[in-house]
Design a protein around this ligand. Sequence first.
Ligand SMILES: Cc1cc2nc3c(=O)[nH]c(=O)nc-3n(C[C@H](O)[C@H](O)[C@H](O)COP(=O)(O)O)c2cc1C
Length: 154
Amino acid sequence: MKIGIIVHSQTGHTNEVAQKLQEKLSAALDEVEIQQLRLEGGQQVSNENSKIENPPDVSAYDALIFGAPVQAFSLSKVMNIYLEQIPSLQDKKIALFVTKGLRFEWTGGTRAIGQMKKICQSKGGIIMGTGIIVWNKQRDGKIDEVAQKFSELF
Ligand SMILES: Cc1cc2nc3c(=O)[nH]c(=O)nc-3n(C[C@H](O)[C@H](O)[C@H](O)COP(=O)(O)O)c2cc1C
């Protein structure tokens, strides 16, 4: 089974989680690849005309994990732009996670996961699990918990 971990990470936190997931999942699964989303023209911040420079082709993977930061109480726009342009996720098994700075999950985390879920399901994807990681001193325990949970999904 080939798993794609497709992430947007502006300051590195979400990427750090993706790497830990890759380590954990690689122990049990054949191939686990990380793909980083970048905006065209090296832009840092998205606007309505922004496009993803390197949109990963989801058909290359049997299952997918999408990870992104919460920004302004919502899903990061870069991940939103990427998910919206995927032609189909028909019958793909999918797990979702976000990282966030504010301590409560409801300050953007629940909403961002809901946004990802809605787009993925509208394209035929099957959501297997989700995780919200608050970037605080307890984060390592939470990352391990999410990695364990995701390693049992596929
Ligand atoms: C522009 C901006 C907006 C943010 N808005 C929120 C927010 O609404 N809620 C929250 O919990 N964290 C917020 N954060 C914190 C990030 O979600 C958090 O630091 C995240 O782990 C960053 O992930 P990254 O390093 O992969 O980009 C914001 C950060 C930035 C830069």
